[in-house]
Design a binder for this molecule. Structure first.
Ligand code: PRP
Ligand code: MG
Length: 175
């Protein structure tokens, strides 16, 4: 893992005032477009010790890009955690607070067997709302969340406060 945080830091692009004035957007796309960097971060996300993993859950949309290769690396299946209204059939929904208002995420419980050991993957841990809602959904299916891994944590937003007692792995913490 030597140099991994520096690698992620050097390949992130910070875009001021996107998507709204005052927001510093952390863009992971340059990192994903670099074959060597992408392989290194996928290996790192898959390498954190969690014991056996049956499923990797990735949050729409950027989490999908990381969860799928991590799942293949672990020999696990992948479960998409989608924004409301995108998944067909029976779904479980969980809402969470945004700065203004709320949003909700959904999964298909039929794809998450009771007792499944699930690793949760996303690009950025900000307020933690998305991750906490994802845990609620997975646990409502009887799954065990064995860990959560993120490329980047925005330390000032203290997303970990919404994830008490969880095994949270991040490759880079930004202030
Ligand atoms: C971003 C990011 C995380 C989430 C983190 O996703 O990719 O999924 O916000 O925020 P939180 O910790 O405050 O919940 P966003 O909803 O911007 O959409 P995208 O992944 O579809 O680009
Ligand atoms: Mg996202």
């Amino acid at each position: 893992r030597a140099g991994l945080a520096e690698l992620v830091d050097s390949m992130l692009r910070t875009v001021p005032d996107f998507p709204e004035p005052g927001v510093q957007f952390r863009d992971i796309m340059p990192l994903l477009a670099d074959a060597a960097a992408f392989a290194r971060v996928v290996t790192a996300l898959a390498g954190h010790p969690h014991g056996p993993v049956d499923l990797v859950a990735g949050m729409e949309a950027r989490g999908f890009l990381l969860a799928a290769p991590v799942a293949v690396a672990l020999g696990a299946g992948v479960v998409p955690v989608r924004k409301a209204g995108k998944l067909p059939g029976q779904v479980a929904s969980q809402s969470y607070a945004l700065e203004y208002g709320s949003a909700s995420v959904e999964i298909q419980p039929s794809t998450v067997p009771a007792g499944a050991r699930v690793l949760v993957i996303d690009d950025v841990l900000a307020t933690g709302g998305t991750a906490a809602a994802t845990i609620e959904l997975l646990e409502s299916c009887g799954a065990t969340v064995v860990g959560l891994s993120f490329l980047v944590e925005l330390g000032a937003l203290d997303g970990r406060a919404l994830l008490p007692g969880r095994d949270v792995d991040v490759l880079l913490t930004l202030p």
